[in-house]
Design a protein. Sequence first.
Length: 289
Amino acid sequence: MTSIDSGNANRPREPMTGRFFGRVQWAPIIAGAIAAAALAFVLHSVAVGIGLSIASAAPSWRDASFALVLLSALYLVLTAIAAYGFGGYVSGLLREPITAPADEVEFRDGIHGVLVWALATLLTAVFALATAQSLTRLAAPGGGPAGPATSVGGENIIAFDLDRLFRSEQPVEGNVNYDRAQAARILLTTSSHRGMLPEDRTFLMGLVAARTGLAQPEAERRVDEVAARAKENIARARRTGVIMAFAAGAAALLGIAAAWFAACAGGQVRDGTIEPSGLWDWRRQARRT
């Protein structure tokens, strides 16, 4: 017992500053996660500015080419690598050095980078959820006795088609929101396996004729044209959603690797194992000035 206690007493102790529990130093993790989330927000704002954000409620977003969708997916991946890499590097650079074998130090730096990735992902998800809820409230139709409750999930995909469906020079008085909601639910079935049922098509033609005052043949032609466009737009939105979902998954996986290796690189700079580049050595740049 004496030899074991003396061995533990002589063993170097790790610093406890900035640590909440165990061997994890949470202060560098939180700093790295905030840095990663901030950089991701800036890069996504740039994407919106240059037109690489294709998840838009505007009617023109559906005309985006397949190449633009792939470019947006690639930008999403590169944004994740840059943001998570930056956060991991900050975490490794700020983590307090410990006395341990080199492989253990590298492993702990990498784990801190992974925790930066996890926390930054949670922060980004919270921001995205809040943004999606605000956009949903803005896109939901208002007014009328039924109010926003008449909105239909996915209606923004075919909102322009609904406008064309009920377009009239002399619109009939009534609750247009409820009629649009009914038409939206029917048009969304065009992308199902069975497609639009004949009885639904007949009802929709009668609804359009009553709302717009068109003759029955003209209402039938308009319903067929709008249904074809709605089916195409829903299919395009579905393909885009699949591509972006795969891109988000790839970005998350590559983000883990970027955070791990960047945190290890930051730890090597912190321990003086490697020399930092001029871009990161701000202290040397300040001394020169």
